[in-house]
Design a protein around this ligand. Structure first.
Ligand SMILES: [Zn+2]
Ligand SMILES: [Zn+2]
Length: 350
């Protein structure tokens, strides 16, 4: 099959023919239709704490179609069914995590596309436990955005946000947009998105932002206060840059909370007294559970959330390496997807 393969720092992805994945007894083999490029794919292929091994096929934001079902998974899926996958490869058995649908915390887990072959490829293999059927009301493009949406859904749910909260979201990339969307959905009073890039600020207004601010224009706490009449009850930090957690703590009112969604790979410093004086909470979040995926798929099927303004470009295999590298620099792009040769399915009655 055709796949985009990583061959070391500083080299663009290489489009190659590699062996097709083999469908094991408990597996589902899929034809990939779309795969989104994720910020974590960029992180994992540049200088940092974690770099994927040479030969890795990245890609974990998947819209696919079942082409083969392993003998132990017969009855769960049919050939031709449209699916997405949770990019975890957990054991499905360990008591405290997998059986509760929290495979991302399984000690045996490996993330699809980070060591386990991912979906920048024509075909993808996954354990049937981690494959989810799609209603015909969910398009392939939407299906490839379930994963980043599930990150935002999970962050908002874990935050314990109450309706009426005044929320600040830092960063309007796909994850910041997803957090804004679900904060709005969960009844936030104000959803203020802080973002440098004008095009990204404009896009945030399609994702539940009631207001946007340019952090380069004036101090963020002052801009927020002029909109919401005070400090943010809850901050979603979706940038992942050193120093931001401390800035967030300083912005909070007493009993406020910062949810750390952005992934900073460097050592960072906070001044505990600034949080102690406010009894502030700092909540870290990781990924999603299977339930988060199921809920996002239901919301998409019912047209209750619309991620399409996030999608800014679709590229074929030949254009993928350059599109991937271009996302490392500041860009007006938001979600860019690999589109394999098969044509887009149309939304049908569902
Ligand atoms: Zn992702
Ligand atoms: Zn497990």
């Amino acid at each position: 099959m055709k796949a985009a393969v990583f061959h070391g720092l500083g080299k663009p992805l290489s489009i190659e023919t590699v062996p097709d994945p083999v469908c094991g007894p408990g597996d589902v083999l899929m034809k990939v239709n779309y795969c989104g490029i994720c910020g974590s794919d960029l992180h994992a292929t540049q200088e940092g704490v974690f770099v994927v091994p040479d030969g890795t096929i990245l890609g974990h934001e998947v819209a696919a179609e079942v082409i083969e079902v392993g003998k132990d998974a017969k009855g769960l899926f049919k050939v031709g069914e449209r699916v997405t996958t949770i990019p975890v490869n957990a054991c499905a058995n360990c008591g405290r995590t997998c059986r509760l649908g929290l495979g991302i915390h399984c000690p045996n887990n490996q993330i699809t596309g980070f060591g386990i072959p991912g979906a920048y490829a024509e075909y993808l293999r996954a354990d049937a436990h981690h494959v989810l059927k799609l209603s015909n009301a969910v398009t392939d493009e939407e299906a490839a955005m379930v994963e980043p949406l599930a990150v935002g859904f999970h962050a908002v749910e874990r935050s314990g946000m109450k309706p009426g909260a005044n929320v600040l979201v830092l960063g309007a990339g796909p994850i910041g947009l997803s957090c804004a969307l679900f904060a709005h959905f969960a009844g936030a009073r104000k959803v203020v998105v802080s973002e440098m890039a004008p095009s990204r600020r404009a896009r945030a207004l399609n994702f539940g932002a009631t207001h946007t601010i340019d952090p380069g224009e004036a101090l963020v706490p002052e801009q927020f206060a002029s909109i919401a009449g005070g400090a943010p009850d809850l901050i979603f930090e979706c940038v992942g840059v050193k120093g931001l957690i401390q800035s967030c703590i300083e912005m909070l009112p007493p009993f406020g909370k910062v949810v750390v969604v952005g992934v900073c790979m460097q050592p960072d410093t906070i001044v505990p007294i600034s949080g102690i004086l406010k009894e502030a909470a700092v909540q870290f979040v990781l990924g999603y559970s299977k339930r988060d995926f199921e809920i996002v798929i239901d919301l998409l099927a019912a047209d209750r959330v619309d991620p399409m303004p996030m999608l800014t470009n679709k590229v074929d295999f030949a254009a993928l390496p350059a599109a991937f590298e271009a996302l490392r620099k500041p860009t007006d792009q938001c979600k860019v997807m690999l589109k394999t040769s098969r044509s887009t399915r149309r939304r049908t009655q569902g």
